[in-house]
Write a protein that binds this ligand. Structure first.
Ligand code: LLP
Length: 426
């Protein structure tokens, strides 16, 4: 038997009314369903703000929100208001942040293969930092800037040779990686020298990102040691340890706080005598547990002694993580949050493939029926942002709730959105 959904997996401002109905920031979840329909991402705005504040407290000026985790103009604006800079990995992410009124000086531009167009966009907008990832990129920047007299501010992304223990698709610090300049081959050093001697690059520091959904402080410690040594060696004023702090998705998982993560990194750097400004760029840790996704049950198929398939109106288009990485999630019924979850289900979506599983082992209270609302917690990161229009499904809406009110931050797509880029039949 499985008990009620643990409070630790719900957004900070979750509460339950006398009927056992979930409220987020004082807003009843059923009223949100009525107003906006399902599937629906519901974000607890104060929860996100508090994580941004924790990041700023832990790292100080320059800490960035990795916008790939979840981005819309309201989100970019919120992170900026809370004192964060914004990590963007493409021109598209930069565009959204700029549209939100984030000053270009607060953008940190990433990417292992930034196109000329993207670099030109970064130059024209005078983004705060370009994180250089390859020798080809140095060539490209020099070609673009030429004798213009313009100078960009940059960090060099290094590959520290650390194998973080997480899904292989999201490890990036090991030597066998498409990202960055390998430290052990001397490329990192060569890149720093080239960038420092370039007349159009103002090299401010070094950067590394060892992977995502990392739970081991030891991996972060080891990477920080490599970075600390390099930083001292080159005497550059900035050092960024990237993102990657793991988040608990399941009942039996436990995550580190942003504060513990920051403290560990700072202490490694302090012990090594680093004088550079030490920053980071968390994404998941800022938004993942701030949101839940609400779905409506459409069909229930009970295969006796095998499993019960509960199909909902979402699927791999709003959360591809289970299909891509085998990621696990919990399930619960928001109108019965306090009930024991005694019934085992497999939560599936509406796409035409068997891999369209949202939660392979979920638990809900007995007696789930068609038309009921089922929720998955901790869906604030890499759900909406990795969503798609596969099967020409309409991408869901996202709302922020705060202090008893709600505001739509991303509207649900409509059918006409599906042919926005379609050139027609003539
Ligand atoms: N900085 C850089 C350079 C990154 O590449 C990433 C994530 C981050 C920061 C933020 O990492 P976070 O704090 O969110 O872990 N789609 C995958 C995650 C891919 C992360 C890619 N880079 C997932 O759903 O698990």
């Amino acid at each position: 038997m499985i008990g009620p959904i643990p409070k630790t997996l719900l957004p900070d401002n979750a509460s339950v009314d006398n009927d056992g109905m979930l409220l987020l920031a004082g807003v009843r979840v059923d009223s949100l369903v009525e107003k906006y329909g399902t599937p629906l991402f519901v974000y607890d705005e104060a929860h996100i703000r508090s994580r941004c504040q924790q990041a700023v407290r832990a790292f100080g000026e320059g800490v960035s929100y990795a916008s790939k985790a979840f981005l819309c103009t309201a989100m970019a604006r919120l992170a900026y208001e809370e004192g964060m800079h914004i990590d963007v990995a493409t021109m598209g992410e930069a565009y959204v942040a700029l549209e939100a009124g984030v000053p270009a000086s607060h953008l940190v531009f990433h990417g292992n293969n930034k196109s000329e167009t993207e670099l030109q966009y970064a130059i024209d907008n005078q983004v705060g930092r370009i994180v250089i990832d390859s020798f080809d990129e140095i060539d490209r920047l020099e070609n673009l800037l030429g004798d213009s007299g313009k100078e960009i501010q940059a960090l060099i992304r290094v590959t520290p040779g650390i194998q973080a223990s997480t899904h292989e698709y999201v490890t990036t610090g090991q030597n066998d990686s498409k990202f960055g300049f390998t430290v052990s081959t001397g490329w990192a050093e060569e890149a720093v020298e080239r960038a420092s001697s370039s007349s159009c690059i103002n090299l401010l520091g070094i950067h590394a990102h060892i992977g995502s959904q990392v739970f081991s402080l030891d991996s972060f410690r080891k990477a920080a040691e490599v970075l600390a040594n390099l930083s001292k060696h080159f005497e550059l004023p900035e050092l960024s340890v990237g993102g990657g702090l793991g988040v608990a998705y399941l009942e039996d998982e436990e995550s580190l706080s942003i504060e513990e993560w920051g403290r560990t990194i700072k202490s490694v750097c302090d012990e090594a005598g680093v004088t550079a400004r030490v920053t980071a760029e968390p994404g998941r840790a800022i938004v993942a547990s701030a949101a839940i996704t609400l779905y409506t049950v459409g069909t229930i198929k009970e295969l006796e002694d095998i499993r019960t398939y509960v199909a909902v109106d979402g699927g791999m288009h709003d959360n591809p993580r289970p299909a891509l990485y085998g990621s696990g999630y919990e399930t619960f019924v928001p109108s019965r949050v306090l009930d024991d979850r005694t019934s085992r289900i497999t939560l599936v979506g509406k796409h035409c493939e068997s891999g369209d599983v949202i939660v392979s082992d979920g638990y809900v209270p007995e007696g789930l029926r068609v038309g009921d609302i089922v929720a998955t917690p901790v869906t604030g990161a890499y759900g909406h942002s990795m969503g798609s229009n596969y099967n020409k499904v309409l991408r869901p809406a996202a709302v922020f709730v705060n202090g008893g009110s709600d505001r739509l931050v991303i509207r649900r797509e409509t059918l006409s959105d599906l042919i926005n880029t379609d050139m027609g039949i003539n």
